[in-house]
Write a protein that binds this ligand. Structure first.
Ligand code: SAM
Length: 289
């Protein structure tokens, strides 16, 4: 095993990425920082303590300060005072990369606004591990975090992401994955490809890939356990040229009023109402002549 190196660190805040399952998924630099920082802070002090024990890093008289969503406001001044005294601070969330659906944002902001160094020792994050194993496009992706719990709000949130030109990545509790996929089918349609990535880097890692409806039946009746990321492929961007829009309008005008036909074509193509209306008028005129 490579022993962590203890060396003086420049004063500042060091965000450390920690394992999302397998304890050895931690960088040598993160271990060096844990061995060397003057102040240790963590979302979950017990998890950090355990990780340090596994990697043979002694506390050397240092305490681990708890910093999480519920005590951030009262802990930030203490950490800023430590920085003013020239100290280095290592901060880790419970697992993965701090700030990624985890605390740290307000701390990083306060520290940089106060003029101190904010830096990161990058490493594991479930969003990247899930993308890597998903088989979905990774040239562009959108991290959507946790969707709201209430169905109405969840569907509204999914709708806002419908046309994002990239793979969507959601974190979700295993209890709500079924509902999330049901709503995705409702909003994105049954044919979009999706992935359920569960327990990444752990013993029972499982990656399910398929159309959203296939995923729905695959997990139906299953009591999923552990941690889950759900991904959805980018929607097909259909380009509507003048000819295809005109054809669509002509078909709609056979059974519908001008107003109704325009409304349905605007809905289907996303084109501006004015453009479709002008086209419908010109079709009407050419029929009259
Ligand atoms: N900061 C973490 C990161 O960088 O990934 C994420 C923290 S967030 C509170 C926890 C969520 O991340 C879980 O509910 C799950 O959606 C996802 N997650 C974390 N570890 C995972 C794993 N090993 N496999 C699948 N999903 C995981």
């Amino acid at each position: 095993m490579t022993a962590a190196k203890r060396a003086p660190l420049a004063p500042g805040l060091y965000f450390l990425a920690t394992p999302i399952g397998t304890a050895r998924d931690i960088t040598l630099r993160a271990l060096d920082i844990l061995a060397s920082a003057d102040v240790l802070a963590a979302e979950d002090t017990r998890s950090l303590r355990k990780l340090m024990d596994i990697h043979g890093i002694a506390l050397e008289g240092r305490q681990i300060l708890a910093y999480h969503d519920h005590n951030g406001a009262s802990q930030r001044p203490k950490l800023l005072t430590a920085l003013e005294a020239g100290k280095s601070i290592a901060y880790a969330s419970e697992a993965g990369t701090p700030l990624i659906a985890d605390p740290g944002y307000q701390l990083g902001r306060a520290v940089s606004e106060a003029g101190f160094l904010v830096t990161a020792a990058p490493g594991p994050s479930a969003v990247l591990a899930a993308l890597a194993v998903s088989g979905l496009a990774t040239d562009s992706f959108f991290f959507a975090g946790f969707a709201p719990n209430a169905q109405g709000a969840r569907r509204a949130y999914l709708k806002t992401l419908k046309d994002v030109p990239g793979t969507l990545v959601f974190y979700e509790s295993p209890k709500r994955v079924h509902k999330l996929i049901d709503d995705m089918i409702e909003v994105y349609g049954p044919d979009r490809d999706g992935v359920v990535a569960r327990e990444l880097t752990k013993k029972f890692e499982e990656v399910l890939r398929g159309k959203l409806t296939e995923l729905q039946s695959e997990i139906s009746g299953r009591n999923l356990k552990g941690e889950v990321v759900v991904l959805v492929a980018r929607g097909e961007l259909i380009e509507f040229d003048e000819n295809s829009t005109r054809q669509m309008l002509e078909t709609a005008l056979q059974d519908d009023s001008l107003k109704g036909a325009v409304a349905s074509v605007v809905e289907a193509t996303g084109l501006p109402r004015r453009t479709v209306y002008q086209m419908a008028l010109s079709i009407g005129k050419s029929r009259e002549t």
